[in-house]
Write a protein that binds this ligand. Structure first.
Ligand code: HEC
Length: 399
């Protein structure tokens, strides 16, 4: 329905804006914390432990971080929580709108697992909230004391979740669920630890009681976790544009590899803010990204770049190709689609006439033969022979 597209547009837009504000604040505060310097004596006497000067937008800013708290809580105190909450609320609304209402189109892939809509939704929610709960329990256990052990725990948790999700859902639906799990962990960090700790700190200052340093430390640990999760979650937010990732046979491993390497790259920046410059991290990160790209895509390039027609094989004709596209694509990609899920042609791509097809041959070849994610969820059950036929014709007529 067209109005649903508008609802989706506004929520998605809002989600991106809120996410930019949240992650922007996360980057800024980690940067701030890591750049604090020893204050001069007179500031120390006021209880300030970190000092920072910046110039931005035509003015100088002086930032002071207190060891415990100011003597008196100022009238206006900014909290930075709604960035997190609104990102999560809009993200979850999108998940429901696109993947739960549209489960049969986007979440369920009968070639992976035959599920009803309610089964798929329950499994999805179970994965998200079950995973979040395990993380929360681990954070409150002794495991949280060792950053390395905790990182290993988190890696195992996400790997198991990614593997499960890809055994249940379409590649795209699986990826978005890992994104939702990470996002839920991040917002729970704010809601369940960072905010309560900060409230306790503010109350203590108000009542002139001692501020327990462990509150600040616990909150800080969670915000560091969140910081390392930002690059992975941003990749997942854009992953639906890149079928070579979520349609790979080991799509769960591709996802985890990209998450690990991007968190590693984040580590470079966090160290750099602390004055530790380790280009080896950035270089190894780039090499690892390249290795992932080669692992995922080289086999395709090797098998598809060769001309497919050997001497003596029969040439494929244009009308054969048109016939295949008519029977497998036009139910969605038409000015008047017959598929009930898609009242208008997806991404405006129509294939009613050969002229429409001709302009789009290279993307059609890509999606039919290289990434193989069209027909969508293979709803029209295109066979491998038919895919090869389209590819052969395309490669024959390249020049
Ligand atoms: C069940 C509906 C459906 C069928 C059938 C279908 N598609 Fe699609 N197609 C979609 C949707 C939805 C999108 C947009 C989502 C996306 O890109 O992942 C899309 C996007 C595309 C795109 C990307 C267009 C662009 O501008 O980037 C191409 C190319 C494409 N389809 C080709 C095909 C071909 C070729 C077939 C037949 C072999 C086909 N599709 C069959 C639903 C369908």
């Amino acid at each position: 329905m067209v109005w649903m597209d508008w609802v989706s547009l506004f929520i998605r837009w809002f989600h991106v804006i809120a996410g930019v504000a949240w992650i922007g604040a996360s980057f800024y505060f980690i940067w701030l914390d890591n750049n604090l310097q020893q204050p001069p004596e007179w500031k120390k006497n006021k209880g300030i432990k970190g000092d920072l000067w910046a110039v931005h937008g035509g003015g100088f800013y002086e930032v002071a971080k207190y060891q415990y708290g100011p003597e008196k809580i100022p009238e206006t105190l900014h909290w930075f929580k709604w960035e997190a909450y609104t990102t999560w609320i809009s993200g979850f609304s999108l998940l429901i709108l696109v993947y739960y209402f549209g489960a049969s189109a986007f979440l369920i892939d009968p070639n992976i697992m035959e599920l009803t809509q309610s089964q798929a939704v329950l499994m999805g929610l179970g994965l998200i909230f079950g995973g979040m709960l395990m993380y929360e329990v681990a954070c409150r256990s002794p495991l949280a004391k060792s950053p390395l052990l905790f990182a290993i725990f988190l890696l195992i948790l996400l790997t198991v979740a990614a593997w499960l999700a890809t055994q249940w859902f379409s590649g795209r639906g699986a990826y978005i669920h890992i994104g939702a799990l990470i996002g839920t962990i991040m917002v729970a960090n704010v809601f369940l630890q960072i905010m309560p700790s900060q409230r306790a700190m503010v109350d203590a200052v108000k009542n002139k009681q001692e501020v327990d340093p462990s509150w600040g430390e616990k909150a800080k640990l969670r915000s560091v976790h969140n910081n390392y999760l930002t690059l992975p979650i941003l990749f997942i937010m854009i992953s639906n544009h890149y079928p070579m990732t979520y349609l790979h046979e080991q799509n769960w491993l591709v996802l985890i590899a990209l998450c690990v390497v991007s968190a590693w790259i984040r580590h470079f920046f966090n160290l750099k803010h602390l004055g530790v410059f380790k280009p080896s991290i950035l270089i190894s990160g780039a090499v690892a990204m390249l290795a992932i790209a080669i692992w995922v895509s080289a086999p395709n390039i090797l098998t598809t770049s060769e001309p497919q027609t050997k001497q003596g094989t029969e040439l494929v004709s244009q009308s054969q190709v048109k016939q295949v596209l008519d029977s497998h694509c036009v139910s969605c990609h038409s000015k008047t689609p017959t598929d009930p899920m898609f009242p208008s042609p997806p991404l405006g791509l129509v294939m009613d006439d050969w002229k429409d097809v001709e302009n789009k041959l290279s993307v059609i070849y890509q999606r039919v033969f290289v990434t193989r994610d069209m027909p969508f969820l293979n709803k029209t059950q295109m066979t491998n022979e038919e895919r090869k036929l389209v590819a052969d014709w395309y490669l024959q007529n390249l020049n």
